[in-house]
Design a protein around this ligand. Structure first.
Ligand SMILES: C[S@@+](CC[C@H](N)C(=O)[O-])C[C@H]1O[C@@H](n2cnc3c(N)ncnc32)[C@H](O)[C@@H]1O
Length: 334
């Protein structure tokens, strides 16, 4: 890991953002992104975070997938944070989250015989794991999102691949990649996934990164139940992040589903083994959380039942990183 990733951010974000001169096709797609609603644009915000934290997260496609507008506004926030000597630079949470999902996904895939699995990303957005993680070479990946998000993603990646002067050679590192256009609030998304080749009998890792809290409570619970039911058919791993209730108050019109105790909720749905991490925990800091007084480390020192910080009266906003699994043997012995 670089010096920057180890905490000394130096002049990383003080300079102007330098972007390549994009061709017309990429510019057109970036304009389409600017027309989207905030739900769809959240895909590009998280990609911008990964692109600007490239000293920590290796995601070369994130820049083009984020689009110019999101990169510029995210970069501006980071510059301000750095100028104000903020204890947390914007986007650190996205970098840690990404690295946590990468590491747990690798462990899950490798736990299956021959390292072969299906990997289903719900609300995949501009995730480029199928192009950047070599340990997916024996895995079939399915990306589920709204049709317009997947169309723009496809067009941006194709245009990047076609660019003759591309400094980055883009190729798929997964065994296969299938995009499935679906709204996971609707009842037909699982059927669409199956029609696209997903096999409910095969070992599967489900990635729900940055998606559950955008769903109404009943839809989120339904999605979790559908995944939990798979535990009785095959080895199933769920990787997901959960907001606690105070976090949803950041934007009550945007954030809906929450769970204060996901490790209690998930076993009631059928998962047998649940592990929860908080940002900053030993398996969720990746050398990016040195300051003991940063927001995340301060929260970790408080019991999770505390909802208002006793020192400054602020809401205890937490993001839980959760790994849950189940298999037919475990389910039967319950
Ligand atoms: C915050 S982004 C996260 C994207 C990606 N998982 C990541 O971490 O970069 C949320 C994504 O969920 C998608 N999404 C939100 N609601 C959805 C729904 N009901 N059905 C399908 N996708 C949805 C959005 O389009 C967006 O791409």
């Amino acid at each position: 890991m670089s010096d920057h990733a180890n905490g000394s951010m130096d002049d990383l974000f003080r300079d102007e953002l330098k972007l390549p001169a994009y061709g017309d096709e990429i510019k057109d797609q970036h304009l389409k992104i600017e027309e989207w609603d905030s739900l769809r644009q959240s895909a590009c915000q998280t990609a911008a975070g990964r692109a600007l934290w490239k000293h920590a997260v290796n995601d070369p496609l994130a820049e083009v997938l984020a689009g110019e507008a999101h990169l510029r506004s995210f970069h501006e926030k980071m510059r301000k944070d750095q100028k104000n000597n903020a204890r947390e630079i914007s986007g650190v949470i996205l970098a840690v989250r990404s690295l946590w999902f990468d590491s747990k996904l690798e462990a899950a895939v490798n736990s299956f015989t021959g390292g072969a699995a299906q990997v289903v990303l719900l609300g995949a957005g501009m995730d480029a794991r199928s192009y950047r993680l070599t340990f997916l070479s024996k895995s079939d990946v399915f990306e589920v999102d709204f049709p317009d998000v997947l169309q723009v993603k496809h067009a941006l990646i194709k245009a990047t691949m076609d660019a003759t002067d591309g400094h980055y050679q883009v190729k798929i590192t997964a065994k296969s990649l299938t995009r499935v256009a679906a709204d996971i609030r609707n009842d037909d998304w699982l059927e669409k996934l199956q029609l696209s080749g997903y096999n409910p009998e095969r070992n599967t890792v489900w990635i729900l990164e940055g998606i559950l809290y955008y769903l109404p409570h009943s839809n989120a619970m339904k999605v979790l139940k559908i995944i939990a039911e798979k535990c009785s058919h095959t080895n199933t791993v769920l990787l997901a992040d959960f907001m606690n209730q105070p976090t949803t108050t950041l934007s009550s019109s945007t954030y809906q589903f929450y769970s204060d105790w996901p490790e209690q909720l998930l076993p009631t749905l059928g998962f047998t083994d649940v592990k929860l991490s908080q940002i900053g925990d030993p398996d969720a800091n990746f050398g990016l959380m040195h300051d003991p007084l940063n927001l995340f480390n301060k929260l970790r020192s408080l019991p999770r039942s505390v909802q208002i910080h006793p020192e400054d009266g602020t809401p205890c906003r937490r993001l839980y990183l959760v790994q849950a699994s189940g298999s037919p043997n475990q389910t039967r012995s319950q």
